[in-house]
Ligand binder design. Sequence first.
Ligand code: GSH
Length: 242
Amino acid sequence: MAITLYELAQADGTRYSPYCWRVRWSLRHKGLDFRSVAIGFDDLQKLPGGSRSVPTVEIDGRVVNESWRIAEVLDETFPDRPSLFACEQAKGATRFVESFFDKVVNSSLLPLFAREIHDRMAVRDQAYFRRTREQMLKRTLEEAQAGRDEDVLRFRTAIHPIRLTLKTQPWLSGETPGYADYIGLASFQWARLSSDFKILVDDDSVADWVDRGLDLFEGFGRNVGARPQIDATFLPETSSSG
Ligand SMILES: N[C@@H](CCC(=O)N[C@@H](CS)C(=O)NCC(=O)O)C(=O)O
């Protein structure tokens, strides 16, 4: 079984996309090895299957796009491996988790460190990123960053539902981590890899959950840095963008 994950990378090769990290953790959850191919924004139109966004995966030649669909396909294709959704009802509820992280968490995080995302990407990606993200944010990357000391306080309040959930269970998925956790952890991983700005205070239960998430699968999330650490069982990470 050959699995290839196409994903955005910083100039130094660090994979930082929050939607790709959902898939990265999902693949590890299912115990699947994969080859990571780094692309730039100008490679999006060259993705297999005409995807135009990452994550895109190829599983033995079958191309799947969109993080949610990829998670579904992983559960359908590998039913004997640990499930990402556990049951249809849990999957239904996880859709709400996805919407919360897409529309509340990721949208609130982007202005805090969009300028740093820009600075860490390859120069050839920067103009496209600046143009499209400034359209989204309706202000310049610099203006967005200038307000972040106040914005982060609002962000910490907005994520209170995560704290309330973690009061009664160790993971968003319940007793053990599942796709709901990978959706959420991926957002904080995006922040961690993109910026030095402090998103969470140390004694926040959300910070503890992120910490535990980074330790999963022998520190799979933690052991990435300037150069993505390559697990001995992994195929080498390759770059299509030179
Ligand atoms: N709903 C999609 C969202 C994926 C997404 O927004 N990916 C970004 C990178 S993090 C992308 O490919 N953007 C293309 C662009 O900005 O043109 C998913 O869950 O896979």
